[in-house]
Design a protein around this ligand. Structure first.
Ligand SMILES: *Cc1c(COP(=O)(O)O)cnc(C)c1O
Length: 435
């Protein structure tokens, strides 16, 4: 049996423990939702004040040059590039994941139309994050492609020569299951399929080697594990062999080779700069720097190898403790036990019919009761017992600031919430707009 004292001992030996001090987490909160909105770096408040008060307030328009605003999307890209296994000049922070996905899917569709005009399918996963599927629907309409949605176990068999593009999210938001990016990309390339990867739940959370896997395009989020702040600019990457083949469809002036020549004709910049569109949000981009700086600092503490080792130890411990201490309450495990197939989150399921008066699963109310106790995870709705997706209680474990005692205490709260039945109280059963 693992005790709280054992967990405190693990925290005392944790080589990453100094990094927790970089975050402004409220007292008494165990934050297990860094996979949805990352915690605030302590440096963020001062950086926000500096960019608003000095750079905007005093230096005004000169800050585009003086404070280096103009090159910030690419400078941040270069700073974070090693964490994704990509080179300098290949990665930019800009726009949102949804918008970046539209750009790279469109570029991929144009390349496929030229290189392999007979291919009409874009494949993805049915349980992919909805915005990815919505954007894919739009691109498919525009380029005459058919969107084919698959279950995870159907993907390998579907990688055939009628497919133009594979669009997969590396770590699934609902289950925490992780694809083998190198293996899937190799199998897809063997059939001439372009691979677009969404790294929203993997950037900063698990080892990613886009060049090693020979991926074609990638996008991802910076307000989750990168702790960039709500709505912080996302990132976009294109393999150098493809990057200059087409204009991306949102051909705005920030993607122009010489934006300040103000010429009427569009001439795209070389490299990742062409994937920018218009003027970028400098306040949030400046604050994002604070999140990325912590990753740079983490390199001295063992980098991704150390983060991954701790992340797996945290998620293993959570799974083990839930199993030992929360039995008999209808909880199941949606996240794979196999390390190679797991991201940095654990998703528990709960059976339908176990909610108040036999309505629903009660998962939402359990999460609300935990939040009231200061244990913040989140809830993702299933399909109401009609198909294969159960309601999910989702817990993200960010190794930068979550410790082993946090895991122990969160499971203890979960046990108490379940055994006391406090989750059945009416205030925990009222559904809010954002879950
Ligand atoms: C969080 C997330 C998004 C978010 O997209 P936005 O454009 O930032 O709203 C997209 N895709 C996946 C897989 C995500 O996890």
């Amino acid at each position: 049996m693992t005790t709280l004292q054992d967990c405190q001992a693990l925290d005392a030996q944790d080589p990453l423990r100094a990094l927790r001090e970089r975050f402004a987490l409220p007292q008494g909160v165990i934050y297990l939702d860094g996979n949805s909105l990352g915690a605030q770096p302590k440096a963020a408040a001062a950086r926000a004040a500096e960019v608003v008060t000095q750079e905007w307030g005093q230096d005004l328009i000169t800050s585009w040059n003086k404070a280096g605003w103009i090159s910030l999307p690419e400078r941040l890209g270069n700073q974070f590039a090693p964490w994704l296994g990509v080179g300098q000049g290949e990665l930019a922070f800009t726009d949102t994941t949804s918008i970046n996905l539209y750009k790279v899917l469109s570029a991929a569709a144009r390349i496929a139309r030229e290189d392999a005009p007979g291919r009409k399918k874009l494949i993805s996963e049915r349980s992919n994050f909805p915005t990815d599927l919505y954007i894919a629907q739009s691109v498919c309409q525009e380029y005459g492609l058919e969107l084919v949605l698959l279950e995870p176990e159907e993907i390998a068999g579907a990688l055939q020569t009628d497919v133009a593009i594979s669009m997969l999210t590396h770590v699934n938001y609902r289950t925490g299951a992780m694809h083998d990016m190198a293996a899937v990309t190799a199998a897809a390339h063997a059939k001439g399929i372009l691979c677009v990867w969404d790294l929203c739940h993997s950037a900063g959370a698990v080892p990613v080697d886009l060049k090693g896997a020979d991926a074609d395009f990638a996008v991802g989020c910076s307000y989750k594990y990168l702790n960039g702040g709500p709505g912080a600019p996302a990132f976009v990457w294109a393999h150098p062999r493809l990057i200059n083949r087409f204009w991306q469809p949102l051909s705005g002036w920030f993607g122009h080779a010489e934006p300040f020549k103000f010429v009427p004709d569009y001439h795209p910049a070389q490299g990742i700069q062409r994937y920018l569109c218009g003027t970028q949000p400098m306040i949030s981009m400046s604050v994002l720097q604070c999140g990325i700086d912590i990753y740079t600092e983490a390199e001295a503490f063992g980098g991704m190898a150390a983060l991954r080792k701790k992340s797996l130890a945290l998620t293993d411990l959570f799974i083990q403790l839930v199993q030992e201490r929360c039995q008999g309450h209808g909880l199941g495990l949606a996240t794979p036990r196999e390390h190679a197939a797991r991201g940095s989150q654990v998703c528990l399921t709960r059976e339908e019919g176990l909610g108040v008066n036999g309505q629903g699963s009660g998962a939402y109310a359990i999460v609300q009761a935990l939040i009231a106790r200061g244990v913040i995870g989140d809830f993702r709705k299933g399909d109401g017992g009609t198909g294969r997706h159960k309601d999910i209680l989702r817990f993200g474990f960010t190794p930068l600031y979550v410790g082993f005692a946090d895991v122990w205490n969160s499971v203890e709260h979960l046990r108490q919430v379940l055994e006391s039945g406090e989750w059945q109280r009416p205030e925990f059963n009222t559904v809010h707009a954002v879950t």
